[in-house]
Ligand binder design. Sequence first.
Ligand SMILES: *Cc1c(COP(=O)(O)O)cnc(C)c1O
Length: 431
Amino acid sequence: MKYFSINKNTDLTSFKEAVIRGLAPDKGLYFPEKITPLSERFWADIDNYSNEEIAFETIKQFVLPEIPEEELKKIISETLSFDFPIVNISANISTLELFHGPTMAFKDVGARFMARCLGYFNTDISEEVTVLVATSGDTGGAVANGFLDVNGVKVVILYPDGKVSDIQERQLTTLGHNITALKVDGVFDDCQDMVKQAFLDSELTSKMQLTSANSINIARWIPQLFYFVFAYKKLYRTKKDIVFSIPSGNFGNICAGMMAQQLGMPVKHFIASNNANNVVTEYLETATYNPKPSVQTISNAMDVGNPSNFVRILEIYNHDFDLLKKNLSSFSFTDEETKQAMTELFTKYGYISDPHGAVGYLGAKKFVQSNQHVHCVFLETAHPTKFLDVVEEVISKPIELPEQIKGVMNKPKSATSIATYEDLKNHLLSS
Ligand SMILES: *Cc1c(COP(=O)(O)O)cnc(C)c1O
C-alpha cells in the first residue's frame, strides 16, 4: 500500500516511511492511496472470525508486505490482549467499553500497535527514532506504556500543565527509562502546535528522526478501526441499523470507524459527540470550518479546538458536504449536561461512566430520539477512575481503583516544565 499526503505536494510513500515520518514533508497527513472493501461474504459471516482474524483481514491491505504476514499476526495478537465488551444500556443504546487495556483508554490499541510496528522497522534502521507526542490526557499514558523499553525509540510527551487528571499525569510521568514528560504552560493545542512545528524544523529533523504517535500517525490511527468491527460482529445478527456515537476530540477514533465503513462494514451513521469544543458541530450546521482555541472541560481528552483528523474525514467523503452530512451528525454538550448524563446512567441504569463516555451517551440519546429504528453504540473511551474527582463527585460514591491504576499511584512524578517552542527544541537537541 502506498500513502499520499492530503496536501498533495509530495510523492507517494510506503507504510514504513509514513510510520517513521508521522507527518508528510508537505505537512499533510498521510492517507491510503486506495481502500479496497472486503467481500460481502466476509461481512455476512463475520461471526465466524476471531477478533485477531478480523484485525488481520481488515488491516492487511494497509500494512503488508512491509511487515510480513507472520509478523503482522504477532503484532495484532500482542496488541489485542484484552477484552472489548459491549454493555447494554437501554432498548436501543449500548456501550462499547474500550478501557480494558493497560492504561485504561482506547488509545492503548493504537499505541501498542504502532510501538510494535516501529520496533519491527527499527531492527533494520540504524538511527534512533524520537517519538514526539502531544497529549490531551490519555495518549501520553498509552504511548508511554506501549513504547516503554522499545529498542531504538525515545519518547517525548508534551502535556498541558494542570489540564490532565492526576491519574493521567501519573501514567505518563512515572515510567522513566526511554520516556520523558514535558509539561507545557498552555493548552493541548499549544502542545500539538509545538509538535507540528518540530516536524517542520529542518535544523531538528536533520539531526534526529522524529515521528508522531498521535492519531496523525497511520500506525496509531488505522488499527482503531478494529473495535468498531468487533462491536459490529457482536451486534449484527440481532440489531438492525447500527450507528456509533463517538466522543471526539482530535477525531482520530471516529475517522477510524469511517475507515471500517469504507471497508464495507454496513454501518448506518456516525455521531461525533463533543463537549464545548464544537468546531465540527458548527461545521455541519454552517459548512464553515472555523477552528478556535480550545476551552477546558471535564472531558479534557476532547478539549481540542482544531481537530487534526478533520481533513481525513473530508477525504473519506470526497469533500462532498452532502455525503458527509448523510453519514455524520454532530452534537455538543456542556459540562452540566455531561454530569447529568453521568448521574442518569448511574441512577437509572446502574452504569458508571466517565465524562467522555457520558458525552457519547448524550449524543446517542439525542440521535435515537429522532431515529427510533436504530441501535446506537456509544464508545466508552476511558475507565471512570481516570477521572476520579469528577466521577466520585457526581455519583457521590467512592469507586475502587483497578489494578492497572493502583500500579502508578505511589510512584513519583517526573516532568520538565517548558513554555515555548524554543524550550522544546533545546530540550530535544540537548538530550
Ligand atoms: C483521546 C480521547 C478521546 C478523543 O478521541 P479522538 O480520537 O482524539 O477524537 C475521547 N475520550 C477519551 C477518554 C480520550 O482519551
